[in-house]
Design a protein around this ligand. Structure first.
Ligand code: MTE
Ligand code: MO
Length: 200
């Protein structure tokens, strides 16, 4: 099965390329409106029940790539961390905490929103947000923060890196044209919302 690189998926690092990341030392802090705030090593995270979802990452810059994403669902994490009912959003921070983004809890708890570490059985490389990134196929790609170091459960919405630079906070995927990277970048129409099928 092909990797993201095999599909020539563009590599976005608005905050600058983070360089080499050490998966053996990687940690993710979970805090905010949860009963059990804690920091988990990447190794410990991998011991939680794993989900595999076939879904697309779709960028507002008009490309879309599909594959099997493997990770720990936010739903699983919310139950493991005893998420409080007051939590309305998750705010996710990338390595160095320059890039962040937030999504509503009801979208975070949908089955395909993951802290993902594999695409088509290949470990995510640093270019694509390894060791672990958010993956949320329901919204534009700027919500899928790469190389995640912190997940905060919160009741206040704070615009993230791209949202505070003019991209919509809701990030609803709009109807229009995208390049399908699984089909040599062929231009195809999408209906709006999670990209499941193209319009013919
Ligand atoms: N840390 C970080 N995460 C990020 C970005 C970024 O610039 N920095 N870009 C976002 C955008 S706009 C998209 S479309 C996807 C692209 O993922 P890729 O670089 O793995 O293709 O990552 C998202 N996550
Ligand atoms: Mo994007």
């Amino acid at each position: 099965m092909k990797s993201l690189k095999d599909y020539s998926t563009p590599i976005f690092w608005a905050e600058g390329d983070p360089g080499k990341l050490d998966r053996a030392l990687w940690k993710i802090t979970f805090d905010g409106l949860i009963e059990k705030p804690q920091t988990l090593s990447f190794e410990r995270l991998l011991k939680l029940p794993v989900s595999n979802v076939k879904a697309r990452l779709t960028s507002v810059t008009r490309w879309s790539v599909e594959g099997i994403w493997t990770g720990i669902s936010i739903k699983e994490l919310a139950s493991f961390l005893f998420c409080k009912k007051e939590a309305k959003y998750i705010r996710v921070f990338s390595y160095r905490e320059i890039y962040d983004t937030s999504i509503p809890i009801e979208i975070a708890l949908k089955e395909k929103t993951l802290l993902a570490f594999k695409f088509n059985e290949h470990d995510l490389t640093e270019d694509y947000g390894g060791p672990v990134r958010l993956f949320c196929p329901y919204l534009w790609g700027y919500k899928s923060a790469k190389s995640v170091v912190r997940v905060q459960f919160t009741d206040k919405y704070i615009s993230g890196y791209w949202e505070s630079r003019g991209y919509p906070d809701h990030a609803t995927i709009e109807k229009g044209i995208v390049r399908d990277l699984n089909d040599n970048g062929k231009l195809k129409s999408i209906p709006g919302g999670e990209v499941i099928d193209f319009l013919s």
